[in-house]
Design a protein. Structure first.
Length: 452
């Protein structure tokens, strides 16, 4: 079922319930009014009949003439009986209408009694006369009221059906108008492809409501998708270029070596060159695989002893990179063995190693400051080198895969180390902040949340 039809049916259902309640309330009020009015008429008839038979000597001539004038004005199917207090009929024969003695006794006890039997209204009164007390029982059918109520029910039913039909048609128009912006959104989304994702939905003429918020959210989503596709294209282009360069170098070196006979020394130099290019290619492939794995969710995070992680990572770097010079500065007053973080030790070691090795490489093996500090909620690691620095224009793009600052191009590198580190730190709900002054220094600050 379409949303427009469902909205129309829900609206008409709610309206039908509310209108039915109103109509029923009106009907009950009118019916009660008719009932009270007819009981009053029946009471008047009972007294008129009582006056006619029992109270001639109690009225003046003019008053009794008025009683006689009203006496013939009977109600529909009217039946009136008069009884003594011994429950014996008087003046009017009972015939087929015989009142139960319990009802007659109730009239004596309560002076007045009225009730309904089906469509018949009944009124009984204890008529007090100077000649004694009598029971007057009156019964009639409010035929006019029954006909009027029947007509009222018919009018109400027809009005309800007409109102529901009009409401259904108006609700369809309302739903169509309400869903029109959503249809535009659907048409816009269905017409998009990879090349046109960046074209936004127009929100200029929309009011500030949920539809506009939805449109803006879709625009943001498409913008991110477009950006993601563009990054993917750039990533593939850069990856192809970076892989092609060492492979071309390997092939070129091998082909040159095979053009003529060489000495053993020349063959050794050729093989060493091929090995270096192969290692570089392997490094690119490993970094690409690591980047791909970071998008998965199963990273096996656990609580890590920060002191163990810290010294194991730095010791490993110093063992494998003999020229690496680190100046350790511990600013925190906390004991390292009491610090813990939650994460994957292999990934965090890779991130920290990449940043430190970058600092070493771009400062040409000058000493690198490694500063450790803490706050109440985070562990702060600062890696500061005094090398070539980074231009302000390149700072924002350094975390993109394969991106390298303009002044770093002559130095061999994959352009993946810093992007890997940034993604790993974000994965651990941390922050990686880069500050630099061209030709003076570069400082990378890593903030990792404590495991409290």
């Amino acid at each position: 079922m379409k949303i427009r039809t469902r909205l129309s049916l829900q609206f008409i259902g709610l309206f039908a319930i509310l209108l039915s309640i109103v109509l029923i309330a009106i009907y009950v009020v009118v019916a009660n009014h008719w009932q009270k009015n007819f009981f009053k008429q029946l009471e008047d008839r009972a007294y008129i009949v009582g006056h006619n038979y029992l109270a001639e000597d109690n009225f003046t001539f003019t008053e009794f003439q008025e009683v006689l004038r009203k006496f013939p004005r009977t109600l529909p199917k009217e039946q009136i009986r008069i009884y003594t207090l011994d429950f014996n009929p008087i003046f009017i024969a009972e015939e087929d209408l015989k009142w139960n003695k319990d009802i007659l006794q109730a009239v004596v006890d309560e002076n007045k009694v009225w009730f309904k039997q089906g469509d018949e209204y009944v009124f009984g009164v204890l008529y007090k006369d100077n000649s004694g007390n009598y029971i007057v029982m009156a019964k009639a059918v409010d035929q006019t009221g029954l006909d009027a109520l029947k007509q009222l029910r018919s009018i109400m039913l027809i009005s309800l059906l007409i109102a529901l039909f009009i409401t259904f048609m108006l609700s369809r128009l309302f739903a169509e108008s309400f869903l029109h912006p959503i249809k535009n959104i659907i048409n816009h989304v269905q017409s998009r492809n990879v090349d046109t994702l960046a074209e936004p939905l127009s929100t200029a003429e929309m009011s500030k409501d949920e539809i506009r918020s939805l449109s803006e959210a879709i625009n943001t989503l498409f913008e991110r998708l477009h950006e993601s596709f563009e990054n993917q294209k750039a990533f593939i282009a850069h990856a192809s270029h970076e892989l092609k360069t060492p492979i071309a170098a390997i092939l070129g070196t091998a082909e040159i070596a095979l053009t003529q006979d060489r000495s053993q020394k020349e063959y050794k130099e050729t093989l060493q060159s091929i090995i270096q290019d192969t290692i570089y290619t392997d490094q690119i492939i490993n970094n690409l695989l690591t980047l791909a794995k970071l998008d998965q969710n199963n990273h096996n995070f656990s609580t890590l002893d920060f002191e163990h992680f810290w010294w194991q990572t730095t010791d490993s770097l110093l063992i494998h990179h003999k020229d690496l010079k680190l100046n350790f500065v511990v600013k925190t007053a906390e004991e390292l063995h009491k610090l813990h973080i939650k994460g994957n030790q292999q990934l965090l070691s890779l991130a920290l190693s990449n940043v430190i090795l970058n600092a070493d490489k771009f400062s040409f093996n000058q000493p690198v400051d490694l500063i450790l500090d803490t706050t109440s909620t985070a562990i702060i690691i600062q890696i500061k080198d005094y090398g070539i620095g980074i231009t302000a224009e390149d700072l924002e793009k350094l975390t993109l895969p394969f991106y390298r600052s303009s002044n770093a191009l002559p130095i061999q590198g994959t352009g993946l180390g810093l992007s890997l580190a940034w993604k790993i730190i974000n994965l651990h709900h941390g922050h990686l902040i880069i500050e630099s002054q061209l030709g003076q220094y570069t400082q990378v600050t890593i903030q990792l949340p404590k495991e409290l």
